[in-house]
Design a protein around this ligand. Sequence first.
Ligand code: GDP
Ligand code: MN
Length: 384
Amino acid sequence: MNIHEYQAKETFVRYGILVPRGAVASTPERAREIAAEYGTTVVVKAQVHVGGRGKAGGVKLASTPDEAFEKARNILGMDIKGLTVRQTLIAEAVDIAHEAYVGIILDRASKRPVFMVSAAGGIDIEEVARETPEKIHKLAVDPFLGLQPYQARALAYRLYDHADQANQAAKILSQLYRVFVESDASLAEINPLVTTPDGKVWAVDGKINIDDNALYRQSAIAAMRDLDAEASAEVTAREAGLSFVKLEGDIGCVVNGAGLAMATMDLVKYYGGQPANFLDIGGSSNPDKVVAAMNIITSDPKVKAILFNIFGGITRCDDVANGIVTALKRIAEGSNGPLTLPIVIRLTGTNEAEGRRILNEVNLVATDDMSDAVQRVIALSRQN
Ligand code: GDP
Ligand code: MN
């Protein structure tokens, strides 16, 4: 799960990291109010779950309250990498003498939290990583021992020559490590970590990603979830208990079981098609899940044909068949009228005969052959 910059910064503040003060505005009027209250130059920052906001025009300085109003008016509603900006952070601007990068990721290869730090921080850090990777220093932390003070100092001296700044940075690195561990994060990052002309070190941006599997014990973080900021298909899928990943193709896939879903995508590709999604309706086959799956898939304008691939084990073919029938009925009753997309169904396993009978009643035919179903759906998608 992602949280917004302002939420990451609130977390940083609780751990003692120096953060410029700020408040959230979802209207230009509120932005003006906050800027007037601070009485300083502010920075108006789009709150969306993607990086590179600065380059996209989503981070702007404003030296007067009226300018803050103007900048917020431009940024609110802006589209940044497919996400609409609904909130801005109005933060007191700091003077920047230097920008560094510090981050921690959970590294699968070393099975440890790995620090990455660079004195060449700021908006071009990806370029630095690509073109001059030697400027990024890494350190894997023993999760049992944690970040040792000497390690924090060694990393800090990679960022600053000046002892006072290195000491501040060492403290921040230890605090960031605690944030990372105690939030069950998969990533915790400050970019830029800014030095002001008076030699103080500040977190001017913040990013924390939380491991979804830990949300059950991270209720405070789970409560930060901003549904407006997430892609609506993913929200619907999560609420319906479906595993869903949107892809770029045109064949909507509804499958039970993650392994079968992968195999289905493989086969679609093998026969020259492109899956529009990965979607696992899970082991049980509650008709509501099928309805939710159909809603998600039909809301993607790219989808030209739908493939159901159901292997009935615990999942019962008659339940899925009922789900398909119910979904089609609900869609037909909806504002857009009956579904016009072709559907191909492969159904085999538990209660297969009953499933077929239910489908036949509404003139749907199911095959039991996966290759046949995949080839047919690809052919239909091309006619559509
Ligand atoms: P990102 O582009 O999404 O990573 O957004 P950031 O919050 O990192 O902002 C991008 C860039 O805007 C930073 O690298 C800074 O150069 C600049 N910036 C952000 N906040 C301030 C500020 O308070 N003062 C000044 N002078 N520049 C800022
Ligand atoms: Mn940044």
